[in-house]
Design a protein around this ligand. Structure first.
Ligand code: 1DX
Length: 183
């Protein structure tokens, strides 16, 4: 994944737990890179090792960390130069989710090594939608829960997210049920 992801993990850990805790996580991860370059692509293994080490050092499960990271990512990328793209992507939750693939297509024009996931959604009843998540990567479903919560905060919408199908349990893809109430 692009370095922006690893840099975001670094920044999240440093802002919440401090530089010393990051050093411990970085050391434990055995990742040899000292400073991540946002626009450079790194093996996915680097990200997985950082999350695993963070899980051991912080005493949180990997899925708790991925969920927190998803929430952090929405705010972080908005502040790191992608706020305008995000603002153009929609101002209600269903609209934003509908347009996510287009957002990734736009970013992928500049960053050809991007391997974006694909999201589709369908409204199952008033203020309830099902989100289908297709990814090239395994194990990131907890991050998607956090991403949707982060979008809720950004769009001033109360959300409740539950995973209703898991690829890790044999389903074709991950699926989430999302209840949302705009303010
Ligand atoms: F609900 O399943 C809201 O590297 C959402 O594979 C979901 O392949 C917002 F400069 C710049 C760069 C860089 C900008 F090249 C990424 F470095 C991307 C900014 C998306 C904002 C996807 C990150 C692929 C890296 C799913 C989890 C990964 C998607 C991560 C969240 C808006 C982003 O993001 C998977 C890669 C950006 C950039 C956004 C993602 C790669 C998302 C969301 N994805 C790199």
């Amino acid at each position: 994944m692009y370095g922006l992801v690893n840099k975001a993990i670094h920044d999240m850990v440093c802002s919440r737990f401090g530089e010393e805790t990051w050093k411990e996580i970085h050391h434990k991860s055995e990742v040899e890179v000292d400073a991540f370059i946002s626009m450079e692509s790194y093996p996915d293994d680097v990200t997985h090792r950082l999350v695993k080490a963070a899980s051991l050092v912080l005493g949180l499960s990997a899925s708790e960390i991925m969920q927190a990271f998803g929430e952090f990512w929405v705010q972080y990328t908005a502040e790191e130069g992608y706020g305008e793209l995000m603002a153009m992507n929609g101002d209600t939750l269903p609209e934003f989710l509908e347009n996510l693939d287009d957002l990734h297509t736009r970013i992928g024009v500049s960053f050809p090594k991007l391997q974006p996931p694909s999201f589709t959604c369908n409204e199952v009843e008033e203020q309830t939608l099902h989100l289908h998540y297709h990814s090239h990567r395994e194990g990131l479903a907890p991050m998607v829960v956090g991403l949707v919560q982060g979008l809720g905060t950004r769009l001033d919408t109360v959300v409740e997210v539950t995973q209703i199908q898991s690829k890790s349990e044999g389903a074709d893809h991950d699926e989430f049920s999302i209840q949302y109430k705009p303010h």
